[in-house]
Structures are given as structure tokens and as C-alpha cells.
Design a protein around this ligand. Structure first.
Ligand code: G6P
Ligand code: MG
Length: 211
């Protein structure tokens, strides 16, 4: 019943969520801000500056725009070091099988990640050519939970939002899919992804015919 499937990248296709966690944790602690996995949950799907603002909100001091930019750059440099050694072994279980199943079913395939490193990660994973369209995060004005990135993917794929299935691991991402008017498949826990239409544990359970 769908004409396109639009995937998130971090935490859905590959576990870069862990690398983001490590890089943000180091940055936060360098500023005297406590950082743990629970806090990291709030950052999933949130763009770089938005994430930094959430972290610095717990800091005792205030930051100039220049200082913030320098901190965001430092985090990104660390993150890029962490992802430099990634390869196809970093694909999450079921990811390639899911992409291939969508392709076999004749649907269009998009990627909607707000990460400015998404193209690099796709190259490292060796799956760039599996997508018909990858949104360039640099062209997006509003990050998730705004629907902009999913709407842009649908438009570029030539498919109406109502005919799209969106796949997300983040609360903000599921919210973006729903406000874009798409069907939301959550990857994670139903108690966390309460807005999703269906939640599965990983793409290993992906079954296009079931949604
Ligand atoms: C994804 C991740 C976020 C990350 C964001 C921006 O949405 O889930 O944790 O902050 O991308 O990534 P970037 O690589 O541009 O810093
Ligand atoms: Mg994600």
C-alpha cells in the first residue's frame, strides 16, 4: 500500500547513536555538565546546535555564539574521528535486508537524517547506491520534530506523504513523521516511541507487508 519508504540513519541503519553519545559525553563533561544515556535519548534526531543547546542548558555559565560554534566543531571533530573506521560491519542487523526488500517490492527509497555527516556514513557503510534520494541536511531549515525533512524526501521522491512509510528510532523523529502525515514505524521500545503506528525492536523484524 505504500509507494516509498523513508529511513532515518542514526540508530536505524547503523549505530552511530553510540558514537554521538561518546562525543557529546566528552564535550558535556568538559563543561562540567553531567551526561548519561537517559539524557542522550533526548538528543536522538536533534540536530547538532539543538543538541548543544540542550546540553548547555544545564551548565552554570552562559556561552557566546562563537563559543557555542567552537564547542559544536570540537564535538563534530571527535565524532568524525569515531566514524572514520566505520565499514559495512557497522550496519545494524536486518538493515540491508530491509532496504533490499523495499527495492524488490518496487518502492522508492529515501533517507531523512539531519546529520551533516550522513553522506560520509553512507559511503563508509557502502550503501549509498541503495537510496533513490538522500536529503542533504545542510538544506534543511528546521530539524526534527519538524516534518520538513520527511516532506522534502517525499517531494523529491515524487510520492505523496500519505503514501510514505517513515522509519525512526527517535521520539523527535517519530513526531516528525507523524506531523508529515506519514505512517510511522518505530525502531525501539513502544513505551518510548508512543506516537509510532507500529514499533519493532530492530530492522531484523522489518516486514513491509505487515504495515
Ligand atoms: C542525527 C542524530 C543526532 C545528531 C544529528 C546531527 O539526527 O540522531 O544525535 O545530533 O544527527 O548530526 P551531525 O552529524 O550533523 O552532528
Ligand atoms: Mg535516529
Amino acid at each position: 500500500r505504500f509507494k516509498a519508504v523513508i529511513f532515518d540513519l542514526d540508530g536505524v541503519i547503523t549505530d552511530t547513536a553510540h558514537y554521538h553519545y561518546l562525543a557529546w559525553k566528552q564535550l558535556a563533561e568538559s563543561q562540567g555538565v553531567h551526561f548519561d544515556h537517559a539524557f542522550n535519548e533526548n538528543l536522538k534526531g536533534i540536530d547538532r546546535m539543538g543538541s548543544l543547546d540542550l546540553i548547555l542548558a544545564s551548565s552554570s555559565r552562559s556561552y557566546t555564539p562563537e563559543e557555542k560554534l567552537a564547542l559544536a566543531d570540537a564535538k563534530n571533530l571527535h565524532y568524525q574521528q569515531l566514524i572514520a573506521t566505520m565499514s559495512s560491519k557497522d550496519l545494524l542487523p536486518g538493515a540491508v535486508e530491509a532496504l533490499d526488500a523495499v527495492r524488490r517490492a518496487g518502492l522508492r527509497i529515501g533517507l531523512a537524517s539531519v546529520s551533516k555527516n550522513a553522506f560520509t556514513v553512507l559511503e563508509r557503510l557502502g550503501i549509498t547506491d541503495k537510496f533513490d534520494y538522500v536529503v542533504d541536511a545542510a538544506t534543511i531549515a528546521r530539524g526534527k520534530p519538524d516534518p520538513e525533512i520527511f516532506l522534502k524526501a517525499a517531494r523529491e521522491l515524487g510520492v505523496a506523504p500519505a503514501d510514505c512509510l517513515g522509519v525512526e528510532d527517535a521520539v523527535a523523529g517519530v513526531a516528525a513523521i507523524k506531523s508529515a502525515g506519514m505512517f510511522a514505524l518505530g525502531i525501539g521500545h513502544p513505551f518510548v516511541l508512543t506516537e509510532a503506528d507500529v514499533v519493532i525492536t530492530s530492522l531484523k523484524e522489518f516486514n513491509l507487508a505487515a504495515y
